[in-house]
Design a protein around this ligand. Sequence first.
Ligand SMILES: Nc1ncnc2c1ncn2[C@@H]1O[C@H](COP(=O)(O)OP(=O)(O)OP(=O)(O)O)[C@@H](O)[C@H]1O
Length: 361
Amino acid sequence: MAEREKVLEIRDLSISFRTEGAKVNAIRGVDLDLYRGETIAIVGESGSGKSVTTKAIMGILAKNGTIDSGTINYTWTDPDGSKHTKDIVKMSEKEIQSEIRGRKIAMVFQDPLTSLNPTMTIGKQVMEPMMYHYGTSKEEAYKKAVELLSEVGITDPEARMKNYPHQLSGGMRQRVVIAIALSCDPYLLICDEPTTALDVTIQAKILELIQDLQKKKDLSVIYITHDLGVVAKVADYVNVMYAGKIIEKGTIDEIFYDPRHPYTWGLLSAMPDLDTDDDELYTIPGSPPNLTKKVQGDAFAPRNAYALNIDLRLEPPMFDVPGSSSHKVASWLMDPRAPKVEMPASLRNRIQKMIKEGVAK
Ligand SMILES: Nc1ncnc2c1ncn2[C@@H]1O[C@H](COP(=O)(O)OP(=O)(O)OP(=O)(O)O)[C@@H](O)[C@H]1O
């Protein structure tokens, strides 16, 4: 197997927001790795910090946000084979704008309407980034834009170039957004709930499209999503976030078939499947902690039926799951001295079923 090439390495990232009267400690020491051609997913409930983490990578934090500590090292290889690494945290807005955002790293958001300009033709919107970042001539950009639209599955691309976003369906608009994202040949694509706003049948097509393009262009992809069904289809590695921290990470099989953190158990139990009625769906009791207050011990402890005494006092470190180099869990239950705790029987059954059906890709 070829050696894996790391493209992104986040270490100890902490981000806070100033709000009226209080500081929100939204991201509390995140470590994340991404390799070329691979896909990672960041999952977790609303407010766990998925978007803020990826926005920091793109240098688009809200004005009231500050990176308090950490590094976001991005590595790329130039056409001459030379390797470069830069810490995005230390780059100026101007550098990020010209080198990173929309060029080496591109993003696809949930709602294509918010990322498209309603007053500009599709063609102009696909052409502009190439002309801005690479100084591509208008003629060349036009040619490339038509090619890109056809590559993302838009039929009659020359006619579509003249259309405005409202003249296209939701799925088609998302294809245009993907074409724009790919127009500057990025290394890394960040997809923030890319299919949530779309019909189920269209969802599957868009995911397939992203996967095909990823293979063709050897892209690294980060998905952020609530939807574990999407994760199972696309991800190689999963990072589970809770209250601004990654609390479990591993390969797709490790997270879906051998989850260890009670929060991950909760997320998997809450995942709808074809046999579950919506009204019998499990929800994790309680709500996430207030991040304006100092979190004492394990942030999940108050919602955790398996919490130990130590969870209320001390924050758990990342434990390695024995026998795996990729599976890591921040829970005192992983300490060799902890009592042995089994996941709920209903989840165990569910996982058996998932294994049988081969739910994870
Ligand atoms: N500009 C801001 N000002 C204050 N707090 C913010 C700001 N942006 C984000 N936060 C807080 O940071 C935390 C993480 O938010 P984030 O949007 O990353 O969550 P998320 O996991 O992406 O949620 P969702 O799935 O709903 O998008 C939340 O507590 C949120 O309220």
